[in-house]
Design a protein around this ligand. Structure first.
Ligand code: F6R
Length: 613
């Protein structure tokens, strides 16, 4: 949930940037900082804690200049402290950067820079970027070229803004992948940059959004855009109407589309503060659990509704696999009516985006009545499901506005994975090497989600072909079986097309009777332990004239020869694969619904928070 704000113009940059950062406070952060070019020298003020602390610091040591950059940080690499807060300076103090994203190859870049004599002042991955820019600037004497060369070296998804005392009349902004947006606002002899529009819409509504792989050179007079290969691109200016809702929606057509794309960021946001990078451990302090408590858990009941329930079904497989604690998943609306076997050694774990779903709250009450420990995974901070639990994991993904849940589906998948690793660690089910491997795999997921989103144009084309279908069958197996349920739910709720999710092995026990050329089948068939079985499912559907759309792993040469359409996802370890396989199905449902001209953000008969039984 890091935020970026930058300014170049005729006014004092400091208050403009600090006020912009305040507008992003709702996203959450743990430290903040500003850098301004003051009398030809870059001056930085930054600290852990709230923006009020930064303001106090600036009051003690005033900061004034007409060009500057600012940042609110949520710690990933390194604790939330003054040293790790952004902006980060180059070693010679002439270049300064603010950064959103995670440098995936930061360990190797750090080693390379250390070997050249670099001295790191923080534990952040961001310092590697500014040191690389410094190194390339020394050779090229051209800041834009140095940024381009650097962005070719860093892996992962990033948004950055760079300022240099050597080229004092410009700011450089670049975007690689989907680590949140970079919006550039035009004023009169002044320009504004922000990761999120609310930070700058009070100053300007003429906005250019940087696309993936683009860099902007921003001067007082305007902006010029080029690719990271140096090809000039015309700057498209969009007029943003002045209301907070449109400002929040940015350049997306719907909140649902925005929230699908936000997943790159929300997937890392939900990890923030939970990974101890010193010894690669998960920490979930808000669960208030110790090793004895973890060992005492005899059974977990996951309870939830709708999409949250599907997340729970995936969670069951992950938790059982890593901890061997038996996990049952129960529809919340049934929980209190079937006398479940729950006692004081049981944890009832509720999953809820809103934290106010009546059925889920009632299931929690029933768990409490039976003496269970209550945990919740909730997005809405302060909601009932969070307040009434003994321990909670906040999703930390910001408000979800689209009625169809997307980022609040994938975030709890990460939370459940972290919970499983945490429990397994506390109970001694995994050794440090396995823990390292599991966390390393997890850290790759936001970038892989970004790569999955890059296939959106193909998904949109597939949606155009299938938008007039009347009914669809979704099939999945193993850890992706719940994704068949979720894919079908997404389609039916926003497109009003009938869709059913089924465990693939059940097809032959009934639904196979439905298959003909008018009933497309969506199979979720990544390269995993269930792949061969899914292929035979594909063949059975094809043999009956069915059209098959497959979610498959990039590099799979067989599947395109068997099916009518492939929606690709990058390779990923199996425990994490549902996070990726759900994304093309969200996009598929979204594009079908928009092509049918439907209101995807507020589908008929549905409410964002269902507070009735
Ligand atoms: C579907 C959807 C619903 C919710 C369900 C539970 O896209 O959003 O199925 O998942 O109503 O809501 P929460 O998570 O708020 O308890």
């Amino acid at each position: 949930m890091c935020g970026i704000v930058a300014y170049i113009g005729g006014q004092n940059a400091t208050p403009i940037i600090v006020n912009g950062l305040k507008k992003l406070e709702y996203r959450g952060y743990d430290s903040a900082g500003v850098a301004v070019l003051q009398n030809g020298k870059i001056e930085v003020r930054r600290d852990a804690g709230k923006i009020a602390r930064l303001e106090a610091l600036i009051a003690e040591q005033p900061l004034s200049g007409s060009i500057g950059i600012g940042h609110t940080r949520w710690a990933t690499h390194g604790a939330p402290n003054q040293q790790n807060a952004h902006p980060h300076l180059s070693s010679n103090g002439e270049i300064v950067i603010v950064h959103n994203g995670i440098v995936e190859n930061y360990l190797s870049l750090r080693d390379e820079l250390l070997a050249e004599g670099a001295v790191f002042h923080s534990e952040t991955d961001t310092e590697t970027i500014v040191f690389l820019i410094e190194r390339y600037f020394a050779v090229t004497q051209d800041l834009a070229k140095a940024v381009q060369l650097t962005m070719k070296r860093v892996k992962g998804a990033h948004g950055i803004v760079v300022m240099s005392a050597k080229e004092p009349d410009k700011l450089l902004a670049a975007r690689l992948g989907n680590a949140g947006g970079v919006a550039i606002g035009r004023g009169n002899g002044e320009m504004f940059i922000a990761s999120d529009l609310p930070a700058i819409v009070e100053h300007t509504r003429e906005i250019t959004f940087l696309e993936n792989g683009q860099m902007a050179v921003v001067t007082r007079q305007g902006v010029s855009i080029q690719t990271l290969d140096g090809q000039k691109v015309p700057a498209q200016i969009q007029h943003i109407p002045w209301d907070p809702v449109s400002a929040e929606k940015g350049n997306y057509r719907h909140f649902m589309q925005k929230e699908i794309h936000e997943q790159v960021r929300s997937l890392s946001d939900t990890m923030i503060g939970r990974i101890d990078f010193d010894d690669y451990r998960i920490t979930l302090p808000d669960l208030r659990l110790d090793a004895a408590g973890a060992r005492g858990i005899k059974r977990i009941f996951i309870t939830a509704c709708g999409t949250a329930l599907h997340a729970g079904l995936v969670g069951k497989i992950i938790i059982e696999h890593l901890t061997r604690i038996p996990v049952e998943v129960m529809v919340a609306s049934e929980f209190r009516y079937i006398d479940p076997i729950v006692d004081s050694d049981t944890v009832v774990l509720a999953i809820s985006q809103s934290g106010e779903t009546a059925d889920t709250l009632a299931a929690m009450e029933e768990g409490r009545r039976k003496g269970a420990k209550l945990w919740s995974i909730v997005n809405a901070i302060g909601s009932q499901a969070m307040r009434s639990a003994d321990g909670a994991i906040a999703m930390q993904v910001g408000p979800e506005i689209g009625v169809a849940s997307t980022k609040a589906f994938t975030a709890p998948l990460v939370d459940l994975y972290m919970l499983a690793v945490y429990l397994a660690d506390l109970r001694g089910n995994i050794n440090p090497a396995k823990r390292f491997e599991l966390i390393r795999d997890l850290l790759m997921v936001p970038t892989l989600a970004g790569k999955t989103l890059e296939h959106e144009p193909e998904v949109e084309k597939a949606a155009a072909k299938y938008k007039d279908m009347r009914s669809v069958l979704y099939l999945g197996r193993g850890i992706n079986m719940p994704i068949a349920y979720e894919g079908a739910l997404k389609l039916k709720e926003i497109s009003y097309i009938h869709a059913e999710g089924y465990p693939a092995g059940e097809m032959k026990h009934g639904p196979i009777a439905l298959i003909d050329q008018d009933l497309p089948v969506v199979v979720i068939a990544p390269k995993d332990a269930w792949y061969e079985k899914m292929i035979s499912q594909v063949e059975q559907a094809k043999a009956r004239g069915g059209k098959v759309i497959a979610v498959a792993t990039e590099g799979d040469a067989l599947i395109p020869t068997l099916v009518d359409e492939v929606l690709w996802v990058p390779p990923v370890p199996w425990l994490l694969s549902p996070i990726l396989t759900s994304i093309p199905l969200q996009l598929f449902a979204y594009h079908i619904a928009t092509q049918l001209g439907l209101d995807v953000d507020q589908p008929r008969n549905l409410a964002k928070s269902v507070t009735v039984e």
